[in-house]
Design a binder for this molecule. Structure first.
Ligand code: ADP
Ligand code: ZN
Length: 612
């Protein structure tokens, strides 16, 4: 790009990126950095952090240096900028010596708008010397420190190379710095400011809400089947992630989904590096692959068009749930966070925690986190409200875009049944697991029950009128609510807690949620998750997706580098007939108009003629 001192941030946004206006704090952040001041930015995934450093890099003189730990993604980030006709480059260990020399020469010539580097590379003496020269010539627009929480030892992604970045402040005092992260708790935030020398920086803290994500949590009898039905109805052919707890379950689920005709691949730490890399790469490039994974999958998955994240197990904490589901819908288009869990999840997690080697205080924290997650799962009111208030944003209204808002669960007075279930625990000596207790309640004629003489108890057969499944559901809720605890011996026996007493004594009433068969599948099928385009326009959307795939395959770039889903959806709504109309589509800037405009206009025209 040639010298650009007369460019304004807004004109860059409109002509290069093809967007109408800035979102949220973007304008204020960009103004701050363009003005030469430092900024500390906390924005949820999908909030639009990249523009916060890209736009100032283009408006200010010289190039922007983007420090990122995610070497594997640098190529895609650079490809996305090149698709906008920007001069972007990266320097990392995947390049040859000559390639690096070549990029360094381009930097000296001022032929680069944005440079991506890993922190360890940035801190090498040669690199710093080069940057000194560029800075002396006034040619460094800014330093952007992405994934800034990596500098925090309290956070979970600590990278020691990040600590070295504090020298930027001393060595390049004239160059504004902007640190960005989506991880946000107070303590991490302070550590970022201190460790990067940004205590004086302007702070921009956006809310946590991800309004385009629809949350749904349920306890279907068969989680896999329920998930498949949900995906078939709402996300045929879309890209998504399915999280499972164990490697074995990952493998089985991926295989099963393939048998159902889905395009699914496994990902977990037990696979060899080449396979993992291949699967991650396919996921990033293609627009319809399902990755079934353990939590090993996700760090730095910057794919904007992930349409769903499913959990087939309960995550350990609300933070983990929020981070994992947050990988859906970065492009702002409707996306689903769908979770199924069961009694076994609760028991497994509880006993895993009590057996953990961690010290007592740590265990207590882990326990509290699990309790909060269970609380969210068992909630009968707006999930988003609860999520936001967990992160300290209270006072939000009910969202209208979660399962509980869309399809309020029925509650029932479970006091009597809970008394039966609890006294069954007490009468059998607090030594048995849920399945045994259910057998006693239903009066099953098992040899074991007779051996213990439990067929003589008053509670034996007291719960015949309910199915085993209903009892298990009730026990799960009692455990989740803390009236029962899972024993530390790890055999899954349940014991009464203090909180059970008032219920047993009939002093309090217990309102519980009715067992819901599926989740996400509302009774009213018109409340399907909002598709990005109207049903009658679906064939056009699919046709444009096909064209996008052709073009991205030919260019060897991810599909979204051509156009993202939001742009295709806007195109379908506008149905442009010429370049001027095409310019109105969000996400179509000058470079992409020239590169792809005609072909997409032709495809739309062909479709409209066929319809007529
Ligand atoms: P983050 O890094 O915060 O997760 P990104 O920078 O990847 O988010 O932005 C998410 C998506 O939103 C991208 O597809 C991006 O192009 C789009 N986007 C960002 N800012 C705007 C805007 N002002 N108008 C329209 N789309 C935007
Ligand atoms: Zn809600």
């Amino acid at each position: 790009m040639d010298s650009a001192h007369d460019r304004t941030a807004l004109s860059v946004l409109q002509t290069i990126y093809g967007y109408d206006g800035f979102r949220g704090d973007q304008a204020a952040i960009i103004d701050t950095v363009i003005g030469g001041d430092d900024a500390l930015v906390l924005m949820p995934t999908g909030g639009g952090k990249s523009l916060c450093y890209q736009v100032p890099s283009l408006v200010r003189r010289g190039f922007g240096v983007v420090v990122s730990p995610l070497i594997a993604l640098m190529q895609d980030q650079v490809d996305a900028l090149r698709a906008l006709d920007l001069d972007a480059a990266f320097i990392n260990s995947s390049l040859t010596h000559n390639e690096i020399r070549d990029t360094e020469a381009r930097l000296r010539r001022g032929d680069i708008d944005l440079l991506y580097v890993a922190p360890e590379r940035l801190l090498m003496p040669d690199m710093l010397a080069l940057l000194d020269d560029c800075a002396d010539a006034g040619n460094i627009a800014l330093f952007a420190i992405d994934e800034a929480h990596c500098v925090s030892q309290w956070g979970h992604d600590f990278r020691k190379e990040y600590m070295g970045l504090s020298i930027l402040a001393e060595r390049f005092p004239e160059v504004p710095r902007i640190a960005l992260t989506a991880t946000a708790d107070e303590r991490t935030r302070e550590e970022i400011a201190t460790n990067l020398g940004l205590t004086e920086a302007a702070r921009f803290i956006s809310g946590f809400d991800r309004p385009n994500i629809r949350y749904a949590i349920g306890e279907p009898d068969n989680a896999r089947e329920a998930m498949y039905a949900f995906l078939k109805e709402n996300h045929p052919g879309s890209a998504g992630i399915v999280y499972c707890l164990s490697r074995r379950k990952v493998e089985q689920t991926a295989e099963w989904l393939c048998k159902q005709g889905c395009d699914a691949v496994p990902y977990h730490a037990g696979l060899d590096a080449a396979t993992r890399e291949l699967h991650q790469r396919r996921f990033l490039r293609e627009d319809g692959l399902i990755v079934v994974a353990t939590i090993a999958f996700g760090m730095g998955i910057d794919k904007p068009d992930v349409r769903f994240v499913c959990h087939l197990n309960l995550p350990k904490s609300v933070e983990a749930y929020y981070q994992e589901t947050g990988r859906a819908g970065r492009d702002g288009q409707p996306a689903d966070a769908w979770m199924a869990y069961g009694l076994q999840d609760v028991i497994n997690l509880r006993s895993m925690m009590s057996q953990s080697e961690a010290d007592e205080q740590h265990k207590r924290v882990e326990h509290q986190k699990l309790e909060s997650m269970l609380g969210l799962a068992e909630l009968t009111t707006c999930r988003r409200q609860a999520l936001l208030s967990y992160f300290g944003e209270s006072g939000a209204a009910a969202c209208g875009n979660c399962d509980n808002c869309l399809n309020p669960p029925d509650t029932w007075d479970a006091t009597i049944d809970a008394q039966k279930a609890l006294s069954c625990v007490g009468r059998t000596g607090q030594r048995f697991g849920v399945n045994y207790l259910v057998d006693v309640l239903r009066g099953a004629g098992s040899e074991r029950i007779q051996r213990f003489g439990h067929d003589e108890l008053a509670v034996f057969g007291l719960g015949k009128e309910r199915s085993a499944n209903e009892w298990r559901h009730l026990y799960r809720q009692l455990i989740a609510k803390g009236l029962l605890a899972v024993d530390v011996d790890g055999h899954g026996s349940v014991v009464l807690t203090e909180q059970a007493r008032p219920v047993l004594r009939g002093e309090v009433e217990l309102q519980l949620r009715h067992l819901r068969k599926g989740n996400g599948k509302s009774r009213d099928s018109s409340r399907r998750s909002k598709a990005p385009v109207a049903a009658e326009d679906r064939p056009l959307f699919e046709a444009l997706r096909g064209l996008r795939k052709q073009l991205s395959d030919a260019a060897g770039v991810p599909a979204y580098v051509v156009f993202n889903d939001a742009t295709l959806a806007d195109m379908v709504a506008i149905k442009p007939e010429n370049s001027d109309q095409m310019r109105m589509v969000s996400g179509v800037g000058e470079a992409k108009l020239e590169r792809y405009g005609e072909e997409f206009i032709a495809a739309i025209q062909a479709y409209t003629e066929e319809q007529a």
